[in-house]
Design a protein around this ligand. Sequence first.
Ligand SMILES: Cc1cc2nc3c(=O)[nH]c(=O)nc-3n(C[C@H](O)[C@H](O)[C@H](O)COP(=O)(O)OP(=O)(O)OC[C@H]3O[C@@H](n4cnc5c(N)ncnc54)[C@H](O)[C@@H]3O)c2cc1C
Length: 395
Amino acid sequence: MWQQKQFDCIVVGGGPAGTTFAQVASRGGLSVLVLEKDRDIGMPVRCGEAISDKGLRYFHDPDPRWIQSTIDRIKLTAPNETEVEFDLNDIGYILDRRIFDYDLAHMAAQEGAIVVTKAYVNGLIIDNDMVCGVKGNYLNSPFEVRAKFVIGADGVESRVGRWGGLRTQVKLKDMESGIQKTISGIEVQSNKFEFYLSRKWAPGGYLWVFPKGNNSANVGLGISGYYAKEGKSAQKFLDEFLQWKYPECSVLTTVAGGVPVDKTLKCMVADGLMLVGDAAHTVNPMTGGGISSGMMSGMAAAETAIELSHNKKEPTRANLNSYEKKWTKLRGKKHEKYYRIKEAIFKFDDDDLNRIADGIAAVKEEDRSLLKLFSIAVAKKPSLLIDVVRLFTGL
Ligand SMILES: Cc1cc2nc3c(=O)[nH]c(=O)nc-3n(C[C@H](O)[C@H](O)[C@H](O)COP(=O)(O)OP(=O)(O)OC[C@H]3O[C@@H](n4cnc5c(N)ncnc54)[C@H](O)[C@@H]3O)c2cc1C
């Protein structure tokens, strides 16, 4: 039984970041235990399920069973309801995360990891300031398991980091309150991402319609915590939109959750502990997408664990620093840039958005692109130039 064993690594959380860690670390020869509190890996799905082809292909060839829609076009709707459409340079997908997450856990198990569901972790074992295991409950029985490395992959509500003494708080303005309904009995184009940008639909964020075939979609929104405190809930914003756009729809699921659109944690490691995925704030702050970046952090942390184990080095904070370096090399610089773009966009009011949409609507469709959109945004709001300069210089 896993409760009686000692492992090289214990992963808290069976989302994409945790199971990617488990797959890579197991393949590298480490013994890995993944503890997931929920009954099923991949459920409930708290996600719009969008991923780029590039982001997915970095890890796996797309399996047709994971893909609900293939996206090659984008439609943006401005506050004055001007619609702007163009083709995407890179295709994207709407995944079925119930199958995708499940398969990631399956792949980790195939490499030798032990995955346990209904295993709730409620504390860390810390000896001489070094994290060396976890405590929890499994089927109403308490357990304690020890390992050289503990991985906090416990998502946006992560407590593992705090238990390990890391500063994981998110500023209100950098925490989006997300809500999503999967609706059916509608008509959508299965190849198109739709975004609605307006303070009236999603202040400080955006509203998305991600098709799951032609008759169903994930419709959701994220609003900045800065606006959430004004009292109108994300749920109310979404209900008003659905009443306006799809009054006859059936609602098949409703999920809510926070999205940390923040800089990555300054410190992602402590003695014996690494944080990955949402727990380390690896979500792309501009888009709110965290599947592929979470997997990337899981991979980087696993490579660090393999290197330290093979070189017989202790998992001290100083040695684990190589994980932070790997992350910075893979995504860190880009992440900072996305954060600054988000900060610049946050300053747009509805009039700015209308002017930008009208500007791009006047451009011939074949000449439209995200870059063109950005240059029009700068032309329509020259003060954005300062932000753009900051963006590229990091000043
Ligand atoms: C409404 C919404 C829409 C989104 N849309 C998109 C999108 O379209 N595209 C995209 O890329 N990203 C999207 N995201 C973000 C994306 O869902 C996350 O970034 C991604 O799931 C992060 O993966 P993770 O493995 O870090 O965490 P998670 O997927 O959250 O997994 C964490 C796991 O840890 C488990 N856990 C937590 N605490 C414990 C504990 N104490 N003991 C044991 N297990 C525990 C949880 O049950 C969970 O299974 C969205 C998020 C929200 C809220």
